[in-house]
Design a protein around this ligand. Structure first.
Ligand SMILES: C[S@@+](CC[C@H](N)C(=O)[O-])C[C@H]1O[C@@H](n2cnc3c(N)ncnc32)[C@H](O)[C@@H]1O
Length: 468
């Protein structure tokens, strides 16, 4: 039996499903549509490994993965013009309305372990429930349009909003599209956490939907049996292992503790709400195929982009915070090989926070030898006020302020075409401070140097190059 909804009883025009009402959902009895106002996306950087001397992974030549700085409200409509109905998998880990504000903790490469980290504001998460619901409803509707039929959506939340979000998603996708509620146990409990009053909060919730009701792709996942495992009847086991249930990290055989509670996790990059690669890999492996398109419009430190890259999926990632885009780029360029990548910006995105935007002091020089040009970084300085004195005192060489740099050897204006990428492969690896390029013929060229510093700032310098 189909019961009338609260809104229809109140004379509002709406579908006959159980629905949630929030302030601003209807205006004059009519459902308010989410904004589909697209922002132009401008390309700032092109990283095409096919141009690099060591080549890159083979990849379809008509596609570049995309990392976009901007608010999903303006970025998703821009993507829809090209990608509506083409996305195989969306994983999102949006702000949960926790009431908090989050800082990125920047560390200095090569500095002693006890060097304090520098706090760089990343994002705030304190809308209040009504505003959060209106905001989430808009994001979910835009994602629905981008998903292919049978495409999968995973929404990573916690108990602040998960139950409300379920009702919102049922309304958009249809109740029949709901597949599973996954409970991800965050991990073992100790120290400060064990002192909390009441039951200790120790799980996040992931809601899994398939557009149209049946996932086009689902590869069942297994946790391998431990070495020496035998069945109760003493025989060796058949099959791939224990099939994975909807409670993750809930047993000794399925270990996937949050990296936030594993003190020495090598994955940590200083982003406050970073999720495990193992968690996102499980989703990407199960719900997509190689070359499928994976989307995350709240990418944070870049976990989804890195996982999709490693698993050979095409991907689009977006975040409104420039330190998130910086961290994602940093993680990607540290990988030994990447597929072609463009870094874009929604043109309306707010100006960078002051620490990132304040001018830096960069000196770079060129030396010519026949057709070869060598560019060397000669010095770099962050603005004095941006770094606390104890951090400054622990730095021996100015290159420690840099995560990496790139050179476009024949800059034609517009985006930087990164012909050389000089990047630390690990935090402790010294940064190479010079690179050489052999020009194909004599002429005057413009080389563009772009540095990426530990606070997420970018500095460019044009250098005139003349080869005979
Ligand atoms: C919980 S974090 C995501 C963490 C990510 N899963 C990871 O592994 O690092 C949420 C992210 O959403 C971003 N964000 C918040 N509001 C946004 C918006 N309107 N558009 C795009 N990104 C937004 C924040 O900057 C933050 O990086």
């Amino acid at each position: 039996m189909c019961r009338p909804s609260i809104a229809s009883l109140a004379g509002l025009e709406m579908p006959a499903v159980v629905e949630l009402l929030w302030e601003g959902k209807y205006r004059d009895g009519v459902r308010v549509e989410p904004s589909r106002d697209a922002a132009p996306l401008e390309t700032d950087e092109v990283h095409d490994p096919h141009d690099a001397p060591d080549g890159g992974p083979s990849c379809r030549s008509d596609w570049s993965n995309r990392l976009v700085l901007g608010d999903q409200e303006r970025v998703l409509p821009a993507l829809a013009a090209e990608l509506a109905g083409r996305v195989a998998l969306v994983y999102i880990d949006p702000p949960f309305d926790t009431g908090g504000a989050f800082d990125f903790r920047a560390s200095i490469p090569g500095a002693p372990d006890d060097t304090p980290r520098i706090a760089v504001p990343a994002y705030e998460d304190a809308r209040g429930l009504d505003a959060w619901l209106a905001w989430f409803d808009g994001a979910a509707r835009r994602l629905f349009e981008l998903l292919a039929d049978g495409g999968s959506l995973y929404v990573h939340l916690d108990a602040h909003v998960a139950h409300y979000a379920k009702v919102v998603l049922d309304e958009i996708f249809g109740q029949g599209a709901f597949q599973r509620e996954i409970v991800w146990r965050i991990g073992w409990v100790s120290g400060f956490k064990s002192q909390a009053r009441g039951w200790i909060r120790n799980h996040d919730t992931l809601l899994f939907y398939a557009k149209g009701g049946r996932p086009a792709t689902f590869h069942k996942e297994y946790v391998p049996y431990p070495p020496g495992y035998v069945r109760r009847d003493g025989k060796p086991p058949r099959g791939a292992g224990y099939p994975i249930e909807d409670v993750w990290n809930g047993s000794d055989v399925d270990r996937m503790d949050s990296i936030q509670i594993v003190s020495f996790s090598g994955e940590k990059v200083g982003y406050p709400t970073q999720k495990n690669e193992a968690l996102v890999s499980r989703i990407v492996r199960a719900s997509s195929n190689p070359d499928d398109l994976v989307l995350d419009c709240f990418v944070g430190s870049g976990t989804t982009a890195v996982v999709a890259e490693k698993l050979g999926r095409r991907w689009v990632a977006c975040d409104a915070s420039s330190i998130a885009v910086h961290t994602t780029r940093k993680r990607l360029l540290r990988l030994p090989r990447i597929a072609p990548l463009v870094v874009q910006r929604a043109v309306t995105s707010p100006a960078h926070a002051s620490l990132e935007g304040a001018p830096r002091d960069l000196d770079a020089r060129v030396a010519i030898d026949g057709r070869n040009a060598t560019i060397e970084l000669a010095s770099f300085a962050l603005p004095a006020l941006s770094v606390p004195e104890p951090v400054r005192a622990s730095v021996d060489h100015w290159s420690q302020w840099l995560d990496g740099w790139c050179i476009d050897w024949d800059h034609q204006g517009g985006a930087l075409n990164a012909g050389s990428r000089l990047w630390r492969t690990r935090a402790q690896t010294p940064l190479r401070l010079s690179a050489t390029h052999a020009y194909g013929g004599p002429g005057r060229y413009v080389a563009l140097v772009k540095t990426f510093d530990v606070l997420g700032g970018m500095t460019t310098k044009r250098i005139d190059v003349e080869v005979a």
